[in-house]
Design a binder for this molecule. Structure first.
Ligand SMILES: Cc1ncc(C[n+]2csc(CCOP(=O)(O)OP(=O)(O)O)c2C)c(N)n1
Length: 365
């Protein structure tokens, strides 16, 4: 991949027409009608997951939620480019990546409900739990990629992060290490235009992808609302990593259509007209228009997709409401992999404290 930061790669226009780009189209030549429909279904389902979780937060069932609204194609397109043994290091917004990776929607909200210390078992899906420390996962991914490379594994490692994360020192260190040690890692930046209330123009007056070029790795800008273009460029970068050719950087240009989290009110810092402009570039509408043009969309398919979305949303809701609260002693369970005398002492002290509370109640009765 050369430095292709000048024009974002696009394979489908907002009106659903294909763009003539034989170089990138070749990377998705195998994507026929069934795969296009499967991609569409995933886009609709993940939006439904997001809507349901946002509603659950509003109903007091989740402490907080970081909506992905608007970023469906960037996430679905990129995760579909990966093999099951490629390893994913995620931030806190990649619910679509988690769903497509096979994370059970019933466990997806546990961390956000505050009833689990993490979400799922990373080893079962080759995907880490959500990282809240902005940019940290870039370093984790680079270290992991270097390690598996030394072990001779031919897999790609991918780190997901936002435009704001590119200003973090951790990300700079990760980009530097990755190029110096030829780590097989894909840096996948979802440039959703905002880091909470900070616009990307302030974050980086130059295109973010160009920063990666400065470190010495190939970088590409892609239309992040075009699921096929994202699939193509991520396949290219992942293949490069698997072949031992080193790191790559992808800047997927997209838009966070909702709030930063459910605790945020974006109307305080951005204009409604901006949101309207991005609505016209909606990633789901775009694929739907392509399917319609290619006569792959009908009422029967539409209802099937909606029914699937409802089914997944119901599972997410039930799983959330039925999630068991952990006992307080579980706090000490996963601090270290093996027993540790300090943790044992803290557990014993806390246990004695809890017992003293019950003893007090008993004395009163
Ligand atoms: C190291 C660190 N600094 C600050 C924060 C507070 N914080 C949480 S999200 C966020 C903005 C991140 O923006 P971006 O990387 O663009 O990702 P997005 O939320 O838009 O997906 C900040 C500053 C944090 N979680 N971690």
């Amino acid at each position: 991949m050369a430095d292709k930061t000048a024009f974002p790669v696009q394979l489908v226009q907002p009106d659903g027409r294909r763009v003539h780009r034989p170089d990138y189209a070749a990377l998705i030549a195998d994507v026929g009608p069934d795969q296009l429909r499967a991609l569409y279904q995933d886009l609709v389902v993940v939006r439904r997951i997001d809507t349901e979780a946002t509603a659950l937060q509003r109903q007091g069932q989740l402490g907080i939620w970081a909506p992905l609204l608007g970023q469906e194609a960037a996430q679905v397109g990129s995760v579909h480019a990966l093999n099951p043994d490629d390893y994913i290091f995620t931030s806190y917004r990649e619910h679509a990546v988690a769903y497509c990776r096979g994370v059970d929607p019933a466990v997806m909200t546990r961390m956000w409900r505050g009833c689990a210390y993490s979400g799922w078992d990373p080893a079962t899906v080759n995907m880490t739990n959500p990282a809240i420390v902005v940019g940290a996962q870039g370093l984790h991914a680079t270290g992991y990629a270097m390690g598996v490379h030394l072990d001779g594994a031919e897999i790609a490692t991918i780190a997901y992060f936002g435009d704001g994360a590119t200003s973090q020192g951790d990300l700079s260190e990760a980009l530097g290490f990755a190029t110096s040690f030829n780590a097989p890692v894909v840096f996948f930046c979802q440039n959703n235009q905002w880091a909470i209330s900070e616009p990307v123009q302030l974050q980086s007056p130059a295109p973010i992808a160009r920063r990666a070029v400065g470190y010495g790795m190939p970088a590409v800008q892609v239309d992040g609302n075009d699921v096929l273009a994202v699939l193509a460029v991520t396949r290219q970068a992942a293949r490069r990593a698997r072949e031992g050719a080193g790191p790559s950087f992808i800047e997927a240009i997209t838009y966070r259509m909702g709030p930063h989290t459910t605790a945020d009110d974006p109307s305080r810092y951005r204009a409604a007209a901006e949101i309207e402009m991005w609505k016209a570039r909606d990633p789901i509408d775009r694929l739907r228009r392509l399917l319609e043009r290619e006569r792959l969309f009908d009422d029967e398919f539409d209802s099937r997709v909606r029914a699937r979305a409802d089914e997944v949303a119901a599972r997410l809701r039930t799983g959330t409401l039925e999630a068991p609260d952990p006992g307080p002693e579980e706090l000490f369970e996963h601090v270290y992999a093996a027993a540790h005398p300090l943790i044992d002492e803290e557990r014993a002290t806390y246990d004695a404290y809890l017992k003293s509370l019950t003893a007090g109640e008993e004395a009163l009765t």
